[in-house]
Write a protein that binds this ligand. Structure first.
Ligand code: R5P
Length: 326
């Protein structure tokens, strides 16, 4: 049991008093996290000049504090800019340590130079966050584990898997197969299968993507006939990957199809696409807030606030974060 952060304990921590601030990208999640830590969200102004430029002001003393700034960096890029400016403001106000808490790390899908004349946007964003003055990063389900290495500061990388597995286990599905929608997702799917039971098998999809945001699904590798399927992915953007995978699983005789994606980007007509698909339920999290018009009855949103607040508490108290996953 982790000790709650109370005023009695605060002054003994070597990193200074714990303070939590939030940008405007996901304030409900930030409030949930600070509530679990029994702290009030720090007071800061996030405003716009009349031309649309962001204006930030931290309205309380942060000198000598252990400051955590919560901001997922999904589009628009203003979310990233707010994070950078909050970090800069905290650094110039002499916070002792600044941790960027990034529940969804945007611009992560160009993480290697696999074609000529392309940027490595994930590295560029990592450089920006470090240059702004972050001392650490706390994030969740990065698109690729290697992105941790793009930072020369410590990165604590959490997984939504325990939260999602807890939900799926309660459905008590028999004859379940975990499906990786592409070879890049094989390790994630294997980890899910292992934790869902000793004999839960895996299947893989041989996916080719001719152009960005276009998916061509080719083959199922593994036996899904007569089985319930859980497709495991990190991001649901247009929804094409998951719905096409569901289609091919159905063609191969699958029973009910469940899908999980940690980050509900849900752009364009992803929700309509999901509604029309053979996916029975999409399990996702609140790393990105869902407006009422960007959801449907098939979508179940699980909160990752407990996971993030436990991790913040452990980082603040210099305790192991990986032990959250054993
Ligand atoms: C791809 O490599 C990712 O893991 C996701 O499969 C992808 O970002 C999902 O995108 P969409 O929903 O647009 O198919």
């Amino acid at each position: 049991m982790i000790k709650p952060v109370t005023s009695k304990w605060k002054r003994y921590y070597m990193n200074g008093e714990l303070k939590i601030f939030s940008g405007s990208a996901n304030q409900p999640l930030a409030r949930e996290i600070s509530g679990k830590l029994r702290l009030k969200l720090g007071d800061c102004l996030i405003d716009r000049f009349s031309d649309g430029e962001i204006r930030i002001k931290i309205n309380e003393n942060v000198r000598g504090t252990d400051t955590f700034i919560i901001q997922p960096t999904f589009p628009p890029a203003d979310n990233l800019m707010e994070l950078l400016m909050l970090i800069d403001a905290a650094r110039r106000a002499s916070a002792r340590r600044i941790t960027a808490v990034i529940p969804y790390f945007g611009y992560s899908r160009q993480e290697r130079k696999d074609q000529p004349r392309v940027p490595i946007s994930a590295k560029l964003v990592a450089n920006l966050i470090t240059t702004a003055g972050a001392d650490r990063v706390l994030t969740l389900d990065l698109h690729a584990e290697a992105i941790q290495g793009f930072f020369d500061i410590p990165v604590d990388h959490l997984y939504a898997m325990p939260v999602i597995i807890d939900y799926i286990s309660r459905l008590k599905l028999r004859d379940l197969v975990v499906v990786a929608p592409d070879t890049g997702g094989a390790n994630r799917a294997r980890a899910f299968a292992k934790r869902l039971g000793p004999n839960v098998p895996l299947a893989f999809i041989d996916k080719r993507r001719p152009m960005a945001n276009q998916v061509e699904v080719l083959n199922v590798v593994g036996d899904v006939s007569g089985k319930h399927c859980l497709i495991v992915d990190d991001i649901l953007d247009t929804g094409r990957t998951l719905t096409k995978v569901a289609e091919i699983l159905k063609k191969n005789g699958a029973r009910d199809i469940y899908a999980s994606a940690t980050h509900p980007v849900l752009s364009g007509n992803a929700v309509e696409c999901l509604e029309r698909s053979s996916i029975k339920r999409l399990v996702t999290t609140n790393t990105i807030p869902l407006a009422a018009n960007r959801t449907c009855p098939k979508v179940v949103v699980l909160s990752i606030a407990r996971l993030l607040s436990d991790a913040i508490n452990r980082i603040h108290n210099e305790k192991s974060v990986s032990s959250l996953f054993v």
